[in-house]
Design a protein around this ligand. Structure first.
Ligand SMILES: Nc1ncnc2c1ncn2[C@@H]1O[C@H](COP(=O)(O)OP(=O)(O)OP(=O)(O)O)[C@@H](O)[C@H]1O
Length: 445
């Protein structure tokens, strides 16, 4: 369930937005002032804040940045308030939602913020390889043990984590997810452990971290392999002692949290290479669930495609249509690599493009299977690169990929095939040499 904080009056169009979000499974909290909103984000926390432009959106964003609270903010207001909308986005709001609200936009906003499109939807599975994973998940869901979920990017690790929580004894308590690769180290530390008033210059009040927010529930540490060794040590302490030390001292706070960790790396290899603490590895790897890439579970292709066809018909306000036999045949025959998102995008496009009563093969655009490395270089015209240094080409590629991903480092690193840490170091070098690098969500590194 995603947690939405609304800053503004619930009477009128904002109330309607709240009800729509609730209808999509979001838990709603409301605040009337910027200080009240900040107090909520310090305490229970939220996955997304929706702030009416009648309030000082910039002040809210400044407060969040100063207090190192990484909560995305979407501004909202009447359609005519375009000047306020531009101002809010300039100040760092992620987006502007015109009021009265549109159900599809609310759905898209929640999906972008928390990756949730449906109420605790169970993973789609028909292939024996995936059914075996779900059977094992069912066995361990009600236990308290940590679970390490491994699998290539986009194989459904977060979907499985939400499913484990929903099937656990903690289901009525919060599920909190944090992507350890998406934030710079200091921000990640504040996010995880919270801080006491005065811990740093912007820390005007005590703030609860994700461990405290997830108390009684489940905390998913996504992309744990990217975590800095110093923070790994702090996580280990929380697991061992069952208490959190907020930044800036004070007494430790007891927490009762089940930890799920996800990674697309070979964590044991990271341990051997000295980049991941062995003791933490063994604490997390009590139970391991490995998600097979899509190429290893062909029988899931069509059930997943049908699931996405329904999902994107609903999300776009279109009638649900069946995939025609020829469309099904072309999807089933395609050599999908591993990432379920590729199939999801192809079906999403098909839902938008199809014109008939069924979704036909003409609406399905499949990208050809990746070429062998030599072929790729030839196709991009390697001659055009001759005469330039490797550093130059690398820099252009990295910056170009970052702007393509709107500054999203996780996605950019994924596309570039390098670790987030390596990407961050490159970005720091480029910035130090005076280059403008696309920023992520308005936070500086
Ligand atoms: N079994 C499944 N059933 C339904 N949807 C799925 C399933 N597996 C993946 N998806 C969808 O595919 C997308 C990727 O899934 P998810 O975010 O869980 O993957 P991930 O392994 O956590 O990705 P990343 O490595 O990028 O963090 C999501 O939109 C999700 O809804």
């Amino acid at each position: 369930m995603s947690r939405l904080l609304i800053l503004g009056p619930l009477a009128g169009p904002l109330g309607l937005a709240a009800r729509m979000a609730q209808g999509r499974g979001a838990a709603i909290a409301q605040a009337d002032t910027v200080p009240a909103a900040l107090a909520h984000l310090r305490g229970p926390g939220a996955d997304l804040a929706l702030c009416h432009v009648g309030h000082d959106v910039a002040a809210l964003l400044r407060g969040l940045a100063a207090e190192r609270i990484a909560c995305p903010v979407v501004a909202c207001g009447p359609e005519e308030a375009s000047a306020e909308a531009v101002e809010a986005v300039r100040a760092g709001a992620r987006d502007f939602l015109p009021l009265p609200p549109d159900a599809d936009l609310i759905a898209a906003m929640l999906e972008a913020a928390a990756g949730v499109t449906e109420r605790e939807a169970a993973p789609v599975a028909r292939d024996p390889a995936m059914l075996a994973v779900l059977a094992r998940a069912a066995q361990v869901a009600r236990a308290e043990a940590s679970v390490l979920i491994t699998g290539e990017s986009g194989t459904g690790k977060e979907v499985l984590a939400r499913h484990l929580h929903a099937a656990s004894r903690r289901a009525a308590r919060p599920f909190v997810a944090l992507n350890c690769a998406a934030l710079p180290e200091t921000l990640l530390e504040s996010e995880l452990f919270g801080h006491e008033k005065g811990a740093f210059s912007g820390a005007v009040a005590t703030r609860k971290g994700k461990f405290e927010q997830a108390d009684g529930g489940t905390l998913l540490l996504d992309e744990i392999g990217e975590m800095d060794p110093r923070l790994q040590a702090k996580i280990l302490r929380v697991i061992q002692e069952r208490e959190v030390d907020r930044l800036g001292g004070g007494a430790p706070v007891r927490v009762d949290v089940r930890i799920l960790a996800a990674t697309n790396r070979d964590l044991l290899a990271e341990v051997r290479a000295g980049r991941f603490r062995e003791d933490l590895y063994f604490r997390l790897d009590v139970v391991r669930l490995r998600l097979p890439p899509l190429r290893e579970r062909p029988a899931d292709i069509l059930p997943l495609a049908e699931h996405f066809a329904r999902r994107y018909a609903d999300a776009n306000g279109l009638p649900r249509r069946a995939l025609s036999p020829a469309a099904r045949a072309s999807l089933a025959a395609h050599p999908w690599p591993g990432n379920v998102r590729e199939l999801e995008n192809a079906v999403h496009r098909a839902v938008l493009l199809a014109e008939g009563a069924e979704i036909g093969p003409e609406a399905i655009e499949l990208t050809p299977a990746p070429a062998a490395p030599g072929q790729v270089a030839l196709a991009t015209g390697v001659e055009a690169l001759v005469g330039r240094t490797v550093d130059d080409v690398e820099r252009d590629l990295i910056i170009g990929t970052l702007s393509h991903c709107l500054g999203n480092r996780t996605r950019a690193a994924e596309i570039l095939g390098i670790s987030i840490r390596a990407l961050r170091n490159k970005i720091q070098d480029y910035r130090a040499s005076g280059l403008a690098v696309p920023a992520a969500h308005g936070y500086a590194d």
